[in-house]
Ligand binder design. Structure first.
Ligand code: FPP
Length: 262
């Protein structure tokens, strides 16, 4: 007799979990600062942009692993509000790369039931990219697989300012009593509204900074920094990050460990 899908899903999650990791204590949501593309290229005597191209392969690999290992959401920092200050050619290359990848990968994302969203000030992006983003977001909105959030022209401070503006506007027209603004109402105005906060932040290439990424949402995330450059981030490096995560004792500001058995 066929087993119900939910049992099949649970069984495949347990069997796909890498040896040495506890399938019940995987992070639900992982955020990644994909750093080191330029250094990876430089070390190989290649132009910086080749590092970004290799970075896309690392991203595809990581998304697939997250999906296979039962992680519910992956949020990556693809382009920050500060990245516009890079040389014009590099910015142009990145925008064209985002377009190409979206066009090329949308079908595979659909097949794997990925729900993709782009978080950030999207109106400043090239018009063609905005159209592709809208199409990808809309056509994957009902997918039931992993939530894949691509932070593009994203800045944590900007996100907080925009949320404050929206709440102030609603208060000014009498729709909202300012005294009722709490953490839930505030979080609902962020780009990540309805997504749970990340449990784990991974930053590659050894830099120990948050770099204006998910300033609100990372409040209680475990932070993992590795020396691996982003294009080299593979299943082994990812497994090490997850093993480190599972060795942490999460207390969320209290004294007792909070069970993280999902
Ligand atoms: C940081 O490395 C990386 C970026 C600013 C770009 C990341 C973008 C990708 C991996 C492509 C993603 C594609 C899609 C479609 C989402 P860096 O250039 O700052 O490296 P460096 O610190 O070594 O110079």
């Amino acid at each position: 007799m066929n087993q119900p899908t939910s049992i099949n899903n649970e069984q495949s999650r347990l069997s796909a979990c890498p040896i040495g990791l506890d399938p019940h204590r995987m992070p639900r949501h992982i955020a990644v600062i994909m750093d080191g593309n330029g250094r990876w290229a430089k070390a190989k005597g290649l132009p910086r942009v080749m590092g970004h191209r290799a970075g896309v392969e690392a991203l595809k690999r990581t998304l697939r692993l997250c999906s296979d290992w039962g992680i519910k959401a992956l949020t990556v920092y693809a382009f920050s509000t500060e990245n516009w200050t890079r040389p014009g050619d590099e910015v142009k290359f990145l925008m064209a790369l985002f377009e190409r990848v979206l066009q090329r990968e949308l079908e595979a994302l659909q097949e794997e039931q990925v729900r993709i969203k782009f978080l950030g000030d999207l109106e400043a992006l090239p018009a063609r990219l905005q159209v592709l983003i809208a199409e990808a977001t809309e056509s994957t909105a009902l997918n039931t697989g992993i939530h894949f959030n691509v932070c593009t022209n994203y800045g944590g401070r900007r996100e907080l300012v925009l949320a404050a503006q929206k709440l102030a506007e609603r208060s000014a027209i009498g729709e909202l009593d300012p005294a009722l603004i709490d953490e839930n109402l505030f979080a609902a105005e962020l780009f990540t509204a309805s997504e749970e906060d990340p449990d784990l932040l991974i930053r590659t290439s050894g830099e120990m900074r948050v770099s204006n990424f998910l300033l609100w949402q990372l409040a209680y995330a475990e932070i993992y920094i590795c020396d691996v450059l982003w294009p080299d981030f593979d299943a082994t490096a990812f497994r090490e990050a997850l093993a480190d995560f599972q060795s942490r004792c999460r207390r969320f500001g209290g004294l007792d460990p909070v069970p993280t058995d999902f």
